[in-house]
Design a protein around this ligand. Structure first.
Ligand SMILES: NC(=O)C[C@H](N)C(=O)O
Length: 635
């Protein structure tokens, strides 16, 4: 929050109705037109001489000087129709946001004159719908019309105009808008902010609570989120509430519910009631648990905590029900998010509307690495930047996978990111993790069922990258998940094997063997790796290759490539992931290695006979080695 320095501060006062401008008709209060005209007659609201000197139009007024070098000039925009705020809905509140957006460039700040009955809802909705707000928006109203002799309207409106005119507060009120609730129908102090102190206290001096004012980051353009979900409801639990009533309430088209619970978020634990909540969350209804206590937060300290009713119920912590409803409307209105991502958004502090428990486990633990901080920053990008975020995600996921940063990948998953997306050169996070040799990341990705057979732009698979990196354990994991080398990848394998043999690179040879390559495959000159090793006198390699040849196979068990069988064979449409799900993107024979082959502990010894491989049918070929020709037969 900073003090404005311009000599002239221009404000737009959007008059929507409410008691402040009401008049009595037929013995009751009804919204009254002509607020600007009424204010014009009150010297505290209008300096006629100065206005004439400036040539201001009819709807534009100027306050007497609040400080010697600053004037607040304000235009009153009277809405049509005017409302008792009890009749207002989220539609009107979005329209207010759109009005602010339309006039955003022309004014330094905005005052929304609103009825007090639903002002807390309005303020909450505005706080979510207006993103990247860099200017002051203050909502004000009154309990008694401004026309009455003794009223609170004048002071409230004047205070709002002065605050909006003199301070840059990118918030909605002196109380934070999404923290307030109306607590008194008569007293002038109608509102309270039970879980957050006021942002500013106005007396003879204005005392600002600077640490509480949310800082504006960057200079991003104002975004108005007009698409909000209207089918959001509020259900207050009471002792003995029947399950049938709850069932009736939770039916479609309802998409989100704020459930007001007792105390620390507790509710009746009757099985039939819990069944209704569970059934509702399972079909995708979002339920936020808010306590109906004015102060305090939802915790998980009681068995009767409604959080146990179903994994789908999200804690609203200390949010007001008004803020929770607005948040639900906003989150459900965001296009293209998965249910999990919406829950993630609900569990985060988006606009200062909630106090999360310290060390909150609902926040992704992102701050521990540079990449993590990058992700955290991405998370805070505006919705407008969703396209940018989407474009960045594959690259970021690959970078995280290459760095072995499981936390970041987990955070991306929680955001609903697809971890099988390819980056600019066609590589997936699995490629990156396989190349980097990150066993945990590979395991996580395979458990999520990512495709093992995706080839990058150069035709390379994660398996080949693991071979090149000599990551034996990763090779084992990939093979167990159904990965195999393609004919293209095996095209020059013979030459590479000979090169490795000539350099006595046993580890390199073992990698190829474990990946399912035929180690008898000849190099460019027709010689095999064994011949090359013999010629070079690399005894360890010779022993290794002879053991393979003599013992059983020069090719590791597991999925086999089409080339190694001497010709293409029909590949089944899917192969198994670690979870046993079918992955339509993989194109390998569905013969995963038996589980004991995963993990890299069963390399053929270099000086002992390899264990008998009963399940392999072997056949001599024209080449000098052995290939596996038959299908894997379970022992
Ligand atoms: N004090 C008020 O403004 C109450 C009025 N019914 C309204 O909300 O519009």
């Amino acid at each position: 929050m900073s003090r404005a320095v311009e000599p002239e501060r221009r404000l737009l006062a959007i008059y929507t109705g409410g008691t402040i401008g009401m008049r009595i008709e037929g013995g009751v209060l009804v919204p009254g037109r002509g607020l600007a005209a009424a204010l014009r007659t009150l010297p505290m609201f209008h300096d006629e001489d100065h206005a004439r000197a400036l040539g201001l139009p009819e709807d534009t007024l100027v306050l007497p000087p609040a400080s010697p070098d600053q004037r607040v000039i304000y235009t009153v925009l009277e809405c049509q129709p005017l409302f008792d705020s009890s009749d207002m809905t989220i539609t009107e509140w979005v329209q207010i946001a759109q009005t602010i957006e339309r006039h955003y460039g022309q004014y330094h700040g905005f005052v929304v004159i609103h009825g007090t009955d639903t002002m807390a809802f309005a303020a909450s909705v505005l706080s979510f719908v207006l993103e990247n707000l860099q200017k002051t928006v203050i909502l004000t109203g009154a309990q008694v019309p401004i026309h009455a002799l003794w009223n609170d309207g004048r002071e409230n409106l004047l205070g709002a105009l002065l605050m909006a005119g003199q301070y840059v507060i990118p918030e909605n009120q002196l109380f934070r808008g999404n923290r307030v609730t109306k607590v008194d129908s008569r007293r002038f102090a109608a509102f309270c902010s039970p879980n957050l102190p006021p942002l500013a206290v106005v007396g003879a001096d204005v005392i600002l609570n600077r640490e509480l004012v949310r800082k504006v980051r960057g200079k991003e353009r104002l975004v108005v989120h007009s698409s909000v979900e209207r089918d959001v409801g509020l259900l207050r639990l009471y002792p003995g509430i029947p399950a049938a009533l709850v069932r009736a309430f939770l039916q479609p088209p309802l998409r989100g519910v704020v459930m007001e619970t007792f105390g620390c978020g507790n509710g009746p634990t009757k099985p039939d009631l819990l069944r209704e909540f569970r059934a509702a969350t399972e079909r995708g209804l979002l339920i936020v648990n808010c306590t109906h206590c004015l102060q305090g937060t939802v915790t998980s300290g009681y068995a009767a905590g409604m959080a146990v009713a179903g994994a789908g119920i999200v804690s609203g912590f200390d949010m007001t029900s008004e803020a929770a409803m607005a948040k639900l409307s906003y989150v459900l209105g965001q296009p293209g998010l998965s249910l999990d991502s919406r829950k993630q958004l609900l569990a985060r502090d988006l606009r200062g509307e909630v106090t999360l428990p310290s060390g909150d486990e609902h926040q992704p633990s992102l701050t521990c690495s540079t990449l993590g901080r990058g992700v955290a920053q991405l998370l805070s990008l505006s919705q407008e930047a969703a396209a940018v975020r989407e474009a960045l995600t594959p690259g970021l996921a690959c970078a995280a996978a290459h760095a072995g940063d499981l936390d970041v990948l987990q955070a991306l998953v929680e955001l609903g990111s697809d971890l099988s997306q390819e980056n600019f050169n066609g590589q997936t996070p699995l490629h990156a993790a396989a190349r980097g040799g990150h066993r945990e990341v590979v395991t996580m990705l395979l458990q999520r069922g990512v495709g093992v057979s995706t080839r990058d732009e150069d035709g390379l698979s994660p398996l080949l990258l693991a071979v090149k990196g000599r990551h034996q354990d990763i090779i084992g994991l990939l093979r167990a998940a159904g990965a195999c080398l393609s004919p293209q990848e095996l095209e020059d394998a013979g030459t590479e094997l000979c090169r490795l043999a000539s350099r006595a690179d046993l580890e390199g040879l073992q990698s190829w063997w474990r990946a399912g390559a035929d180690l008898a495959c000849p190099g460019y000159d027709g010689r095999s790796a064994l011949l090359v090793a013999e010629a070079a006198g690399n005894l360890e390699v010779v022993t290794f290759l002879q053991n393979l040849q003599g013992g059983a196979a020069v090719q590791a068990p597991g999925p086999v490539s089409s080339q190694s069988t001497g010709g293409p064979r029909p590949w089944p449409r899917g192969s198994r992931s670690l979870e046993g799900t079918s992955d339509p993107s993989t194109a390998c024979p569905a013969h995963p290695a038996p589980p004991h082959w995963a993990g890299g502990s069963h390399l053929p010894p270099t000086s002992h006979p390899i264990p008998p491989l009963r399940h392999l049918a072997l056949q001599k070929t024209l080449k000098s080695g052995w290939v596996c020709s038959g299908p894997w037969v379970p022992p």
